[in-house]
Write a protein that binds this ligand. Structure first.
Ligand SMILES: [Zn+2]
Length: 633
C-alpha cells in the first residue's frame, strides 16, 4: 500500500546541512499550508475528520462482505469512493506531517501530529476490509471486471494491490496489524526524529544543532572538520544505545511481520512495493560493488593528491577542494538558474516550476526546529506538492533546489493519474530529481569560464554522484548485513558499528584513514529507520538518469532533442501507471540489461578520467567512453 503522505527525502543529508545566515534568511520563503487545510487548521481538521469518519463507516456498511459479489460497474463505483475517502485522509495526514517538519521542537505540533495520525488510523480501519476482500476475488471475476473501462482505468493500482495476495494474512490479523501501526513502527520512527532534533553538539565552546555541526564538515579548515567530526562521533556514541535500540526494534518488527507473510528475503517486500524484480536490483548492486576501484577508490586518491595528503582523513570526504570556487548564489539567482536550465530543456518544466515560486509551495528558510534535510512531498492530487529545504546560498543549495524541484514537477505532472496512481514506483522516483540536477549542472558548467572553477564543478559533480551511487549502495550493504544479523538476535551498538566500518572501508577504499569516532555515524541516517531498503533507489535513479541523459545528448546531436524532451514529459506524466520497462522503452533503455548499469556508471568514470588526466575541463564531453575490457593482473 502506498504511504498516505509521500515525501521523497534527499539522499545526502550532508549536502543540505549548513549553518544559519540570519541576514539573508529572513527574506527566504516559508510555505503556506492553507491549500491543504485553511486556518484555523485545528477546527477544519476536526470537522473534516468527523465527515471522513462518517463516510468511511457508510462505505463499510455498504460494501463489507459484498465486494466479491459486485458487478464491474458496482466495483468501479466502490473503488472510486475508496480512492476519494483515502485522498481526504491523505489531506489531513499531509497537513500534520508537513506542519510538524518545521516545528520538530514544538510539543503541540507533535501532539497534533500524533492525535490526527491515530484518528486517521481509526478511520481507515473501517476500510481495511476492502483490500482484503479485493484480494480474495478470484482471477476469473477480476479479469471480467477489467474489461469494463471504469475498472480498466485502475488496472495498474489494482494489479499492484493484488500482487500482495500471496502475503496476505487472515482478516483478524490484518486488522490488528493495522490498528497497531501507530504504536509500532510509526512510534519508533517518531522517536528517532525527536531524538535527532534534540541532539546538541559541543563545538569549540559552543553548542550546535545537528544541522550546524554537519555544516562544519564542509569547512575549508581541516582542524574545524576534525573537531566537528569528533564532536559528532562523541554525541552519536553517547546516544548509540537509544539509536541501536530503535533500529533493532524496527528491524525485528519488520522481520516478524514479513516472516508471517512469507516473504523470502529482507528486501523482498520493498522490491514488491517498488515493482522491481530482485534480479534487477542485484544487477545494480553487483555492478556498483564491482566499480569501487574504478570510481570511488580512484577519485578519492585524486582528491588526496589535490589536498596535498598521502591519505585523506575521514572528515575530508566532503571537504571543499583547494581550487573550489567560492561562488555564492542568493535565493533569487538560484531560482533563476534552475528555471532557466529547466526551461531550456522543455518550457513546460519551467512553467510548472514557476508555480512553486508563485504559490508559496516552498519552505526554504532555515530555522530552529525545522527538519535539516530536503524533500518534496506529493501530498494529494487535489492540492499540490510542497518542497522543504534549507537554502544557504551555496552551489550545493542550488543543486538541492534543482533536485527537489524535479520531484515537485514530476508530482504535479503525474497528479492527473489520481491519488492511487500518481506516485511513481521508487525505482523511478528519483528520475526527475536527478535529471533536473543534471540539467542545472550542465548549465552552470556552460556559464563558467574559469578552467579551475569548471574543474571544481566537475569534481563536485563526481563527489555528488559517488555519494548517490557508491555511498547509497554501501548503505544498502549495511542494511542487508544488519537485517541478516538481526534475525539471529539483537545487535549492540558496537556490533552495528562493525558492519558500518566494514562497508565504509570497502566502498571508500584505501585513500582514507578511519578513526573510532566514525563507528557511530550509522546512527543519524534516517532512511535506516524510516524506509528500510529505500537507499538503492537513489543509485538506481542516478544510473538510470546517466543513461537517459546520454540518450538525450545523442538525440540532441541528431536534431531530435525536442522529440526526446516531449517523450520525457510523457514519462513524468505517466506517474505510477507503467512498469519501469514500459517507461524506458521509448528511449531504447532496459534496466533488466546488465549493460544498462555499466553504461550509467561509465559516465561517472569518464568524468573521473577527465579529472585524472588533469584536463583543462573546458571541453568536458558528456559522452561516456567506450567500455574497455578489464585487464586481468
Ligand atoms: Zn530525491
Amino acid at each position: 500500500m502506498p504511504a498516505k503522505t509521500r515525501a521523497a527525502k534527499t539522499k545526502n543529508p550532508v549536502k543540505t546541512r549548513k549553518s544559519a545566515q540570519p541576514r539573508q534568511s529572513a527574506t527566504l520563503p516559508v510555505w503556506s499550508l492553507d491549500d491543504l487545510v485553511p486556518a484555523p487548521a485545528q477546527k477544519h481538521i476536526a470537522k473534516g475528520l468527523a465527515a471522513a469518519a462518517r463516510d468511511a463507516a457508510a462505505f463499510r456498511a455498504k460494501y463489507e462482505n459484498k465486494v466479491g459479489r459486485l458487478g464491474a460497474e458496482g466495483f468501479a463505483a466502490a473503488f472510486a469512493l475508496y480512492e476519494k475517502i483515502s485522498e481526504t485522509l491523505g489531506r489531513y495526514g499531509s497537513y500534520v506531517s508537513l506542519d510538524r517538519q518545521t516545528k520538530l521542537d514544538d510539543a503541540a505540533a507533535g501532539q497534533l501530529y500524533q492525535s490526527v495520525s491515530e484518528t486517521l488510523n481509526d478511520i481507515s480501519a473501517d476500510m481495511v476490509f476492502f483490500r482484503l476482500e479485493l484480494n480474495r476475488v478470484p482471477d476469473t471475476v477480476f479479469t471480467k471486471w477489467l474489461k469494463h473501462p471504469e475498472v480498466a482505468r485502475y488496472k495498474p493500482v489494482l494489479a499492484q494491490m493484488r500482487a500482495y495476495r500471496p502475503y496476505q494474512l487472515s482478516d483478524e490479523v490484518e486488522k490488528i496489524l493495522h490498528d497497531r501501526d501507530v504504536t509500532g513502527a510509526g512510534a519508533w520512527m517518531r522517536m528517532f526524529d525527536e531524538t535527532s532534533a534534540k541532539l546538541r553538539f559541543p563545538f569549540r565552546g559552543k553548542t550546535l544543532t545537528e544541522t550546524e555541526i554537519f555544516h562544519q564538515l564542509l569547512s575549508d579548515d581541516a582542524a574545524v572538520r576534525r573537531d566537528a567530526h569528533a564532536s559528532i562521533g562523541k554525541v552519536l556514541k553517547e546516544n548509540a544505545g537509544t539509536y541501536g535500540f530503535i533500529l533493532n526494534t524496527l528491524a525485528k518488527e519488520k522481520e516478524v511481520d514479513e516472516r508471517q507473510r512469507g516473504f523470502k528475503s529482507v528486501m523482498a517486500s520493498r522490491n514488491l512495493d517498488n515493482q522491481v524484480e530482485d534480479g534487477v536490483v542485484m544487477a545494480l548492486v553487483d555492478s556498483v560493488r564491482a566499480s569501487h576501484k574504478r570510481l570511488s577508490h580512484r577519485y578519492y586518491k585524486l582528491k588526496a593528491g589535490w589536498m596535498g595528503k598521502k591519505q585523506l582523513d575521514i572528515w575530508d570526504r566532503n571537504a571543499p577542494l583547494p581550487f573550489a570556487a567560492k561562488r555564492r548564489l542568493g535565493w533569487d539567482a538560484g531560482c533563476k538558474t534552475v528555471l532557466a536550465a529547466y526551461g531550456a530543456f522543455h518550457p513546460q518544466l519551467a512553467a510548472v516550476a514557476q508555480k512553486f515560486f508563485d504559490g508559496g509551495w516552498i519552505d526554504a528558510r532555515p530555522r530552529a526546529g525545522k527538519d535539516s534535510g530536503a524533500f518534496s512531498a506529493s501530498t494529494i492530487p487535489s492540492a499540490h506538492p510542497y518542497i522543504l529545504m534549507n537554502y544557504k546560498n551555496g552551489l550545493e543549495d542550488v543543486m538541492t533546489l534543482a533536485h527537489e524541484m524535479g520531484h515537485g514537477v514530476h508530482q504535479v505532472l503525474a497528479a492527473q493519474q489520481g491519488y492511487f496512481m500518481a506516485d511513481t514506483p521508487l525505482t523511478l522516483a528519483e528520475t526527475a530529481s536527478v535529471f533536473g540536477e543534471m540539467l542545472v549542472f550542465q548549465s552552470l558548467l556552460a556559464s563558467e569560464t574559469d578552467p579551475a572553477a569548471r574543474r571544481a564543478l566537475l569534481a563536485r559533480k563526481v563527489e555528488d554522484m559517488l555519494n548517490t551511487v557508491v555511498r547509497q549502495i554501501a548503505f544498502h550493504d549495511f542494511e542487508w548485513q544488519f537485517h541478516q544479523a538481526r534475525k539471529k538476535g539483537e545487535l549492540t551498538p558496537d556490533e552495528i558499528g562493525d558492519i558500518w566500518m566494514d562497508v565504509m572501508r570497502k566502498s571508500l577504499g584505501p585513500a582514507f584513514k578511519y578513526d573510532e569516532n566514525y563507528r557511530y555515524f550509522w546512527a543519524y541516517i534516517s532512511h535506516f529507520y524510516h524506509s528500510p531498503f529505500y537507499v538503492y533507489a537513489y543509485a538506481f535513479g542516478d544510473c538510470l538518469v546517466n543513461a537517459l541523459y546520454m540518450a538525450y545528448v545523442d538525440s540532441d546531436k541528431k536534431g531530435q532533442g525536442q522529440a526526446f524532451a516531449d517523450k520525457y514529459i510523457a514519462l513524468l506524466a505517466a506517474g505510477g501507471t507503467l512498469h519501469h520497462r514500459a517507461l524506458l522503452k521509448p528511449f531504447g533503455l532496459d534496466a533488466g540489461d546488465p549493460a544498462f548499469w555499466r553504461r550509467g556508471l561509465s559516465l561517472i568514470e569518464s568524468f573521473i578520467d577527465q579529472l585524472e588526466s588533469g584536463g583543462k575541463a573546458d571541453n568536458l564531453a558528456t559522452q561516456p567512453r567506450k567500455a574497455r575490457p578489464r585487464k586481468k593482473r
